[in-house]
Design a protein around this ligand. Sequence first.
Ligand code: ADP
Length: 774
Amino acid sequence: MKRREPSTAAAGLLSAAVVLVVGLTVVVSVYASMRANQRENADRVMDQRTAVAAAAVRTETERYRSLVETAAAGISTNTALTWDDFDTATAPLASANLIGAASLAFVVPVGTTGIAAAQTLWRGRGAEGLTLKPVVAAEEHYFTIFTRTLNATGPPMNGLDIAAAPEAATTLDDSRRVGQPSVSDTYVLLRDRNLPAAQQQRSFVFAAPIWTRANHPEFRGWIVLGLRGEDFLSGVLATVSQGQLDGELLATGRDGTRPVVAAYTVPGDADLTRSVDLVVADRGWTLITRADASHLPGASSRLPLTLLLTGSGMSVLLAGLIYVLATGRARAVARVHEATVELRQAEAESRHQAGLLSAIMSSISDAVGVVDDKGAFLLHNPAARELLGVDEDADDPDAWQQHYGLFRPDGRTPFPVEDMPLIRALRGESCDNVEMIVRNAQRPEGILVSVDGRPLDTSAGRHGAVAVFHDITEMRRYENDLAVFAGVVAHDLKAPLTVIRGHCEAASEDLDEAPADVRGSLDRIILAVDRMAALIDTLLAYTTARDAPLRTRRVDLGALVAEVVHDRTAHLRDDDRPQIDVASLPAVTADPAMLRHVLDNLLGNALKYVRPGTTPQVQVTAEAHGEHWARIEVADRGIGIPDTAKPEIFDSFHRAHAEAGYAGTGLGLAICKRIVERHGGEIGVADNPGGGTRFHFTLPLPVREGEFDMTGNNDEAVARAALERALAERAAMENSRLPGLSALPAAEPSAHDPAAARLRAPVPDHHPTTTSAE
Ligand code: ADP
């Protein structure tokens, strides 16, 4: 599966790339062919337009030529031409809509000598006020006699000498010579020469010779049509070009040059050009057209561009879609793979947890059993089977009593099912140290079992219960041994001392009159007896601290300290009261009697080891030490402990201030150390900054509700720590067992336990003393 992922992704990418390339290729080729089509269209349209324009120019020029020729022919028969004749003959031209035509004139050639006569002649024929204005340099003059203005403003300009314009004069000569209409090279019409330069146009004239038709043709003059080139061309092209065609008319000059006759421009960048040759009168002209292809109809469509953009966009979209579709599967596969890996990890982790749990369960010597909410066994360890001695489980709680043989500690009363720790735990109740006897076929002699029960969340919202069973038969037997030992010590060693003390007191009373040294001896005996009794108590406490079973439970440290302080100070006068500050203190898990002994010892020392005459000052504080421990400090302002002595003061019988006269046995701190270490904690000493001593010790905090939750939700470290602590306590207890003095019947453990009673008894007072018995 792993290997297919990248190949699927690559295939997706490849398909998308292929689609993109094919799509873009198709789109670009369609675009190119449409553009080519458009170009062809543009060429065709250009050809058509040019042909139409050329035809228009040809038609118009031909029309002008023929109109001029007709007018010339019309008046050629008239031997005595008058203004009226001219007016009549040329009247049709006025309405012929001659584009660009400025004026039509009747022109006659006059020699320099005949000017005056000609002026007179033509004035007589209707040319009123005619004044011939000859050009000085010319040999022959060509005067305009009659003029019909067409598209020009201003009065008719008669009497002008056309010889002033060589282009026109040449044309007149040519047409006279060949007897045919002729067209001139371009020049500025004489009548326009007074206009501002910007308004002057390149113009040309059509000239038709007037020959009589008699057998002897006689030349009479010319009909001359003056045309303004720009007006003519724009007029002709305006319609046919539809604003899309530029035009330029080139004439072939008589000198072989190709001057521009007229030019017409439209906006745009012309990229198409055509040129057509025309014959105008006797001359060859060329019409050059230009156009911007994109402005021509059929060639200006935006369709190809739109298609190119839309097509490219769609190709990209399609490629994207194909990529997403193709790689979507790869992604889904990858996600499934990821989930599978996570599941496998989770499975491995839970297997590991299960293995760990089973290893722990198998390795611990305590019996553990877990039941579900109906009381059916979910789990129990080999030690449980070993302890109960029954191979088969009974899943019905009502059958447990008989099946396992469970009795009250008296060994006779069947254990009521509703009081069984597992059943109480199923009801949500935690219980500790519930004792019961297990006696069945496999355990006919019976064993004493102590059971702790806890409610449990087995899995997702389902409840159950867990119970831990300890076989305390041996321990109880040993406790009984110890009780007997303590009883023997307490009674058999102290009883004679009591007798001695009694006798001493009696003797002291009887010897009221006796010498002082005899009474002093008696007092010293009484003091020595008291010291011995105190030493016996301390030794007993020392032994008990080492060997008595720990009975840990939740202890309110604040209340316990208050109790110790009260016992230590209640009997003192106000003036003698020490200054003791107790901060807020947490609850801890400890054997209350033993813990009381530790506190009493430390407070006792803090009150004892002060300079004579000073008021003792003591501070008791506590703080968290890691997550599961409390660190308690007892600090004083007393005489302090030299650094060299500090390492040894916790050793038995070691005293740092033995010579200073403070009473004591050197066992107090050894007992404290023993007790704290049996709780799994540690004890130490340091100087109190500013003077005095600062003792500290650590104790476990109470086990929080839910710490035995086996669903795996709780902190594993917490569970381990709790378990380790429990095992350490058990190990300490096991180690402390001494060979029993004798096997004793099981007895109810209680406050009557003499060892415990010793621990609860006030520790012998260690007030400074200077008795001579020391
Ligand atoms: P004891 O007090 O019976 O001599 P402990 O075991 O209680 O025996 O103390 C051991 C020694 O440590 C004491 O002899 C004393 O020298 C020293 N010591 C204990 N507590 C203090 C204290 N608060 N200030 C000064 N010295 C102390």
